[in-house]
Design a protein around this ligand. Sequence first.
Ligand code: FAD
Ligand code: NAP
Length: 538
Amino acid sequence: MNADVLVVGAGFAGLYAQHKLRELGLSVRGYEAGADVGGTWYWNRYPGARCDVESIDYSYSFSDELQKEWDWSERYATQPEILRYLNHVADRFDLRRDISFGTRVTSAVYDDDAQHWEVRADNGDVVTATYCVFATGSLSASRIPDIPGLSEFTGRWFHTARWPHEGVEFTGRRVGIIGTGSSGIQATPLIAEQAAHLYVFQRSANYSIPAGNHPHTDETRAAYKATYEQRRRASRESGGGSPHEAHPRRTLEVSEEERNAAYERRWELGGVLFSKTFPDQMATEEANAPARAFWERKIRALVTEPAVADLLVPTDPAIGTKRICTDSDYYPTFNRDDVTLVDIRSAPIEEITPTGLRTTGGEYELDDIVFATGFDAMTGALLGMDIRGRGGWSLRDAWAAGPRTYLGLMTAGFPNIFIVTGPGSPSVLANMVLAAEHHIDWIADCLVHLARTGNATIEADAQAQDAWVRRSNELAENTLFPKANSWYLGANVPGKPGVFMPFIGGFGTYRTICADVVAKGYEGFVLTPLAERRRTPA
Ligand code: FAD
Ligand code: NAP
């Protein structure tokens, strides 16, 4: 099988890649491990799953008709609604026809002589492609921690990112949930409503902000649709891909009263942008501390039992350095008699037993275990494939000390492989739908440029890549982010190199950098013409 472009993944990024690249007249072949489109929203069907960037922003902008015709029912749509939307997009633009579903790409090997990739899938397919677009997701390789005894557990167990399609009924059951990141925090209140008893096994407390979710009305829908263009423009120019305006002054330049009023306004609005109330909030501990103190006062007011509140307040000194969470009724859930918060920081899990779970502090009888234990983020899906570039150089070796990319788009030694929202790009620090659209548009323009200029390959120059990695690291070091043990740094995966992976310079700034690179003739990339032996058939 031959294709101009092979696209792996059929989430937000892969679907748009199908549409955009096909529009260029290229032959596009797609592979998706899931049985249908949706990516994140296909896999993460746990109760409470919803986006935390407003749906009017966390949706495609490439088609004005699409954004005008689709009506979001809530400020933060649920997983089923987002999946319905992605199915609608797939139908509307006929995006399924070139995708093989339920099929995992296992390897991609570059043929230096032929200047193409040979890609293999787990159904035996072998595809020869000039270009590969890896839209494999930054949060798609789910992780179950290596806790002894799981195979002996006689109850049911689930991972939030591999949730059964038919749903799970917890009524009357003793449930244990391990993990208190965004997924665990969203699932906990809803599982608590059903379960006979819910045990929340918490290793690290997280900062979560009530989402402030609400239904849209015809009026609110009409209002945002009337200003969509401005909203999208502001999002593209912003630091995080949504139209947020921080307070015009720095944290300590305003009085305590004004500062608290600003936090209160953001608190009332709800959601993750609380961590950007002031422009310098994530830059220094002095600027972060008042926001953290405000947060702590709010949370302590929501939790009846002071000892439980103590446990729910993170030990991380800064708020927002780990991915901040949003919730609906997470903290009040711990006021229920049928919910127990178990501190596995001071008394770690020893093993899963046939009938539950044992920590160094006690034994818990459980019917069900829910793993809300996250992902091998940003690199897990890419390194899950055996990717070999020039001279058989493996991506796993190239990234052994942490991912290295130029602009997050390409890696030196791997010509014609494009990564979407990967490490070295704003990725998980931005609204990922707009970030994916930006990457795919950049890639499409690049392929047009290669064709127009008679070039067959493009790859990152090693020195430009080094400079980009240095610049990204320096930017991160000037913030509080590297101080936290977060998945941004791979800290959740034993043995993973501790490198801050996303580009933290801001989405708008990053877009400008990418445009400048193009304006300067793809500065930092090496373009090569079609090899002589391919141009002149023997
Ligand atoms: P994905 O949606 O992850 O799709 C990648 C696809 O590639 C997957 O379906 C996977 O099966 C497939 N794949 C991977 N490897 C292979 C392979 N080797 N062969 C074949 N197929 C493969 N981001 C935000 O900006 N805002 C939010 O509110 C938000 N909420 C989130 C909520 C949850 C529960 C989670 C887990 C993430 C959330 N994210 C959010 C991040 C989210 O991952 C992105 O917003 C976005 O959905 C990513 O789209 P994608 O197409 O890049 O990747
Ligand atoms: P996560 O943030 O990585 O949280 C995983 C949780 O599991 C953490 O509490 C972690 O504790 C715990 N854990 C991991 N291994 C453990 C072990 N061996 N023993 C005990 N506890 C363990 O994963 P996530 O909650 O799935 O979220 C990942 C990302 O997906 C989010 O940060 C966000 O970007 C995205 N997401 C977004 C939303 C949304 O609201 N829109 C919802 C879900 C996910 P430690 O912290 O101690 O490691």
